[in-house]
Design a protein around this ligand. Structure first.
Ligand SMILES: [Zn+2]
Length: 152
């Protein structure tokens, strides 16, 4: 497993029950990934402020640009259920290395919890923990254009 300085490696049995449950949800979602082109399956699970869990998997498309990542599908499920705050996300892929969220997903996740806990789990269940603000230290914020509206 590769890791940067601010990413903490932890073991599965050291996870709190809530985090372990989230990892298991992500692993089950990964099994349902639709990845006929890359064969790279990804599952994600988010826990919201209400305590509920929503899952997503990557959904590829023959028109490759239409592919959607697991993280964004999990966020979409949470938002569709009326949730607005995500506290933790678990991401797992069919890889020996951790699979951090891509740039687009970091931005989408940050809309609903810029400081959320991020658990990255390899296929062999090695785990890295990091905060989203470490992965995306300078995010695009809606306050930028909302502030502009007030001026104009
Ligand atoms: Zn992504």
């Amino acid at each position: 497993m590769t890791q940067a300085g601010s990413i903490r490696t932890i073991t599965l049995d050291s996870l709190d029950p809530s985090a372990l449950e989230l990892v298991r949800h992500a692993q089950r979602a990964r099994a349902n990934a639709y990845a006929p082109y890359s064969r790279f399956r990804v599952g994600a699970a988010v826990r919201t402020a209400s305590g509920d869990v929503y899952v997503g998997c990557n959904v590829e498309n023959g028109s490759f640009g239409a592919t959607v990542c697991a993280e964004r599908n999990a966020v979409g499920a949470a938002i569709a259920a009326g949730e607005r705050e995500i506290t933790t996300v678990a991401v797992t892929a069919t890889a020996d290395e951790i699979c951090p969220p891509c740039g687009i997903c970091r931005q989408v996740l940050s809309e609903f919890g810029p400081e959320m806990r991020v658990l990255l789990v390899t296929e062999s269940e090695e785990i890295a923990e990091v905060s989203l603000s470490t992965l995306l230290p300078v995010r695009f914020r809606s306050e930028i254009f909302l502030h502009k509206e007030k001026e104009g």
